[in-house]
Write a protein that binds this ligand. Structure first.
Ligand code: CP
Length: 319
């Protein structure tokens, strides 16, 4: 990189072309996103939510897996910033006629988009795609690997309620093995100075989970003791080729969050879940719906603000 290019990237609040994962982000990159997202929270609560910051820009949402929250919030984020947004329906696309991911990416690239947000079942597919296009690529979740905007919106949700992340004890519970949300959160929460725990059965714990900077527990009561934040995860049945749990009933008994297990956490502990939730499997319905403790719908709200901030920063800041 030339001295001039280095100077230009140093001056940018977010010196990255893509957002593929939490790896490679500095604390200042993360706070650039969270601070800007904080501004969008207030703007999104106004009757007029439209801005012209990305007028003339194009965002393509390319989702090879189902999504409610991520795809919709990228669409809203793009539209509220004035961009043209195209949602590719993969089930109706030429991938069904045998077109590869790379050929699809290069085809879309030829239409000169400015951003592509991608969700794909294969870990690493989004990195491959990013090498083939000229625009910014945002990882909307790749296999069991990363879901960076989810971790960023989770951090923003925590900050809104606890006013800090440093020093908090955060327990991530359940199917850690298959969870890209857990991986991105372990990396981000560590970067921001939280004490991270992962709790789950041995069958659903990745080998070397400690290497992500998390303390591993195989007992909910021990793992939840004195926690500030409890993040419950969905059992990702679609990624399991064999039985990882004996039955849903038994899973809930040992690993589902209910009042009794929650009583081991701090009295003001808050409950999070990236969604979609499976009531009565990983979380008791009454806790999921307890607005005094559950931040699940606030996480959804933060998702729009974080994705607006990411789009704006990748576009190079305010124009
Ligand atoms: N949290 C999350 O990624 O939800 P969706 O699968 O609905 O996008």
């Amino acid at each position: 990189m030339s001295i001039l290019m280095k100077a230009a990237s140093a001056a940018k609040p977010f010196p990255h072309r893509h957002l593929l994962g939490i790896d490679g982000l500095s604390r200042s990159d993360v706070y650039a996103v969270l601070d800007l997202a904080g501004i969008y929270i207030a703007k999104n609560r106004q009757p007029d939510k439209k801005h012209a910051i990305l007028k003339g820009r194009t965002l393509i949402n390319l989702f090879f897996e189902n999504s409610t929250r991520t795809r919709t919030s990228f669409e809203l984020a793009g539209k509220r910033l004035g961009a043209d947004v195209i949602n590719m329906s993969v089930s109706n696309s030429s991938t069904k006629k045998g077109e590869t991911l790379i050929d699809t990416a290069m085809t879309l690239n030829a239409m000169h988009p400015d951003f592509i947000s991608v969700r794909h079942p294969e870990s690493g597919a989004v990195h491959l795609l990013a090498q083939k296009v000229n625009c910014s690529v945002i990882n909307g979740g790749d296999g069991c690997h990363e879901h960076p905007t989810q971790a960023l919106l989770d951090a923003l949700t925590i900050l809104q309620h606890k006013k800090k992340i440093e020093g908090l004890t955060v327990a991530i519970c359940g199917d850690i093995l298959h969870s890209r949300v857990a991986r991105s959160n372990m990396k981000l929460l560590n970067l921001l100075g939280a004490r991270v725990r992962v709790i789950g059965p041995t069958t659903l714990m990745p080998p070397h989970a400690e290497s992500f900077g998390a303390k591993v527990f195989h007992d909910m009561r021990k793992g939840l003791k004195d926690c500030d934040i409890i993040m419950m995860l969905r059992l990702q049945m679609e990624r399991m080729e064999r039985n990882f749990v004996p039955s849903m009933r038994e899973y809930f008994h040992f690993w589902g969050l209910d009042e009794e297990k929650l009583s081991y956490a701090k009295p003001d502990a808050l409950i999070m879940h990236p969604g979609p939730i499976n009531r009565g499997v990983e979380i008791d319905s009454r806790l999921a719906d307890d607005l005094g403790r559950s931040l699940i719908l606030q996480q959804v709200e933060m998702g729009v603000a974080v994705r607006q901030a990411v789009l704006e920063l990748l576009a190079g800041g305010r124009t």
